[in-house]
Design a protein around this ligand. Structure first.
Ligand SMILES: [Zn+2]
Length: 287
């Protein structure tokens, strides 16, 4: 029987759950094989001592949380690339040579090659990664977006040699943070007299820049029925407070505000910037 295969390529243990848990649950429930590339160990994430109990390091804890979330979401396989988390742009950790960001600045082809090898092994018809702004400007998100976009093209190029034969996936998508949720977030911040250009623990997340860098929506996938699984997977990342913020709104409210998840279709290039699909697999030929 033809098998749908879908590969998500993100940066951190929690990106799969917080941003895409609903859509992953939907496609797993529909019988697709869903795979995850997690490029870093999440070792810069701030965690409370209480969560670290029983673990030797932050990365060990974060990868264990990823295993829990993966079991809930039902990934067929998770590929942990093991780069160090870079923290936010300009931080000391982003200058660590083992970090994903610093590696991408010196040697992007090294990261790209690892993604190509996984694409050729898994043979997904579809690949999903971050948008060019990395969702909210995180350097690791930008680095994996660049490597994945280049790997999408190279995987089908027979002159680019790896252990596996060339394989060309059919569609490439960027994820979107739902604009309505960001606008609600901005409104709450203004009520609290917080500056939406300086949010997060280190005041380095510019929430308005998320809106300014949104890309067109071409695909709208219904996920309202998968919020319970999404919430459980997010809660598996307990050291990150299950996502906090808007992910803590009651499930029924999030379901009502965002019953669909939007995507930007990068390949094939859309003729018009308008919503023309309700299924990522629309028009895909299964082998
Ligand atoms: Zn992330």
């Amino acid at each position: 029987m033809p098998q749908q295969r879908l590969l998500f390529s993100f940066a951190h243990p929690d990106d799969e759950a917080f941003g895409s848990g609903g859509v992953i649950a939907r496609y797993v429930a529909a019988g697709a094989e869903v795979y995850y590339i997690c490029a870093t160990n999440g070792d810069v994430g701030t965690v409370d001592e209480a969560h670290l109990k029983g673990y030797n390091s932050v990365s060990e804890l974060r990868l264990a949380e990823l295993d829990k979330a993966s079991a809930i979401l039902g990934f067929k396989e998770v590929f942990k690339l093991g780069y160090k988390d870079s923290g936010m742009m300009g931080s000391d950790t982003s200058k660590d040579p083992a970090s994903l960001w610093d590696t991408s600045q010196r040697d992007l082809p090294q990261i790209t090659r690892r993604v190509v090898e996984i694409i050729r092994q898994v043979r997904p018809q579809l690949i999903v990664t971050f948008n060019k702004y990395g969702g909210y400007g995180h350097p690791d998100h930008i680095a994996i977006q660049r490597a994945t976009t280049e790997a999408f093209r190279l995987a089908g190029d027979a002159s680019y040699v790896t252990d596996q034969p060339a394989y060309q996936p059919q569609k490439l998508y960027y994820t979107q943070i739902p604009a309505i949720m960001i606008r609600i977030g901005v409104a709450i911040m203004r009520l609290r007299r917080q500056n939406p250009r300086q949010m997060g623990r280190n005041k380095d997340i510019d929430v308005l820049a998320i809106l300014e860098n949104l890309e067109p929506t071409h695909t709208r996938v219904r996920i309202a029925e998968y919020y319970d699984t999404w919430t459980k997977a997010s809660e598996a990342h307990a050291s990150q407070y299950g996502g906090g913020g808007l992910l803590r709104l009651p499930t029924w409210l999030r379901q009502m505000l965002a019953p669909n998840q939007g995507f930007t279709r990068v390949i094939p290039v859309p003729a018009y910037n308008r919503v023309d699909e309700t299924d990522l697999f629309a028009g895909v030929h299964l082998d």
